[in-house]
Design a protein around this ligand. Structure first.
Ligand code: ATP
Ligand code: MG
Length: 421
């Protein structure tokens, strides 16, 4: 029987695919007796068709993503924030309009309903645990347990038993059978905090669990299948640790199928007024008093401070001033350490002068306003051109190396403005 060759036809479109299906169909329809060779040829054609379908669907998806990114780019930060709220994101706390944080929340929103492992990184106090709870609360597992394990706080010899449980008599002190945290989190989420502290041996075991979804209590032969979603967090650079051999690279890739980074508070200062209000109210309620008011000088301090301890530090400061101040909190209520901290950014002048209770000169005010406008202009331009520094240099008539110096001065990174595909 003559099998018509289809491979030369265009396969890059749905029309091309239909044409090929028709050809195979007529080959079959008109064949009276297919021998083995013919069947083989038809199978090869079917395989090719299936590859083409995959190719076209990948292309379609890519097109869709590009269209989505283009729409996303058109959205202002305020619209993106409102979108998250309107879509019902469960978030205990407040969030602002920083591009990086919105991106993190949008990823969390999409990844929450899946069972994919998520790795959260960020400096201490940025809200990694809160983000893990956001992921759990927005998932289909939210009526099941959220179990948090601090891998850095468990002695090395106990970590396996803590995670996977043990059988009575498995080791000295194992006086009864005990379930581990993975079993406790079955159906829910396990939050592996400070995952960078997990010893190498524990890493091997964890990798096995991720691969098989099965655990074995220490000393037991029985294999237990578990359905636990893993969210891990770290304030370390796990990628760097993997390249130095202190963290298993394969585990890093397994854990970070979805990777979200929470920006430090100093990079999302628009949140400060929101957090001040949120925590002043919360502290007032807890301390059974009316919310404190914040003096202008203190407000300037809050705006300019660098927050090495991030949101946790801000929260602690507010609780402290809410406890110490009568009705208006001022600089004297700050912890000594916060007052002494020197920041290196251009806002430092404001902090120092406000602390010294001096007025800024007109030229100093002008310089600060100028810096602020310069930063805003660059941020706006880079977000409109997908982080293209060369284009910005052309558009603003600035020499590229001068522009790079300005980016450095404002701690801006062009990569942060690229729309992720
Ligand atoms: N967006 C937010 N709104 C309100 N409170 C927040 C927000 N993010 C974090 N917090 C609060 O800040 C504190 C620190 O957050 P969290 O414990 O999640 O940080 P972390 O990154 O896990 O810190 P660490 O690395 O030190 O463990 C908590 O009290 C948390 O509730
Ligand atoms: Mg934490």
């Amino acid at each position: 029987m003559e099998i018509i060759k289809v491979s030369k036809l265009s396969t890059a479109s749905f029309a091309g695919l239909l044409e090929q299906i028709e050809i195979i169909r007529s080959s079959l329809r008109w064949s009276s007796n297919l021998d083995k060779q013919d069947i083989k040829k038809l199978l090869v054609q079917c395989n090719k068709l299936s590859d083409d379908v995959m190719l076209i669907s990948r292309k379609e998806r890519l097109k869709e993503n590009i269209e989505k990114s283009a729409t996303k780019k058109d959205h202002t930060a305020a619209q993106r924030k409102q979108g998250l709220i309107d879509r019902g994101l469960i978030f205990e706390g407040v969030f602002g309009e920083s591009r990086k944080l919105l991106e993190t929340l949008e990823i969390a929103e999409k990844a929450s309903p899946t069972d994919l492992p998520i790795l959260i990184d960020g400096e201490s106090g940025t809200g990694k645990e809160l983000m893990a709870k956001v992921i759990h609360n927005n998932s289909n597992r939210n009526d099941k347990a959220f179990i948090s394990v601090n891998c850095g706080a468990i002695p090395e010899n106990l970590i396996e038993s803590e995670l996977f449980g043990h059988k009575k008599g498995a080791f000295t002190g194992a006086s009864s059978d005990r379930a581990g945290k993975f079993e406790a989190a079955d159906g829910g989420t396990i939050f592996l905090d400070e995952i960078g502290e997990l010893p190498l041996q524990g890493q091997v075991k964890l990798l096995r669990v991720l691969q098989s979804q099965e655990i074995q209590r220490i000393g037991s032969e029985q294999i237990i299948t578990i359905d636990t979603r893993i969210v891990a967090a770290t304030n370390k650079d796990l990628f760097e640790m993997a390249s130095q051999g202190t963290f298993r690279e394969d585990l890093f890739y397994r854990l970070s199928v979805i990777h979200v980074s929470i920006p430090p508070l100093r990079e999302r200062k628009d949140e400060i007024p929101l957090l001040l209000e949120y925590y002043c109210d919360e502290a007032a309620e807890k301390l059974n008093r009316s919310p404190i008011q914040i003096s202008k000088r203190l407000m300037n301090f809050f705006r300019a401070y660098d927050y090495p301890g991030n949101i946790r530090e801000l929260r602690n400061i507010i609780y402290r001033i809410s406890c110490l101040a009568d009705s208006i909190a001022d600089l004297e209520h700050l912890p000594a350490l916060a007052r002494q901290k020197r920041t290196l950014n251009s806002d430092e002048a404001v902090v120092e002068k406000e602390i010294a209770n001096l007025e800024l000169s007109l030229s100093e005010y002008k310089k600060l306003a100028n810096d602020k406008a310069e930063k805003e202009y660059i941020e706006e331009a880079l977000s409109n051109n997908n982080g293209n520094v060369a284009e910005l240099a052309r558009q603003s008539g600035m020499n590229r190396s001068h522009l790079q110096r300005i980016l450095k001065k404002h701690a801006l990174h062009s990569l942060d403005f690229r729309v992720k595909k």
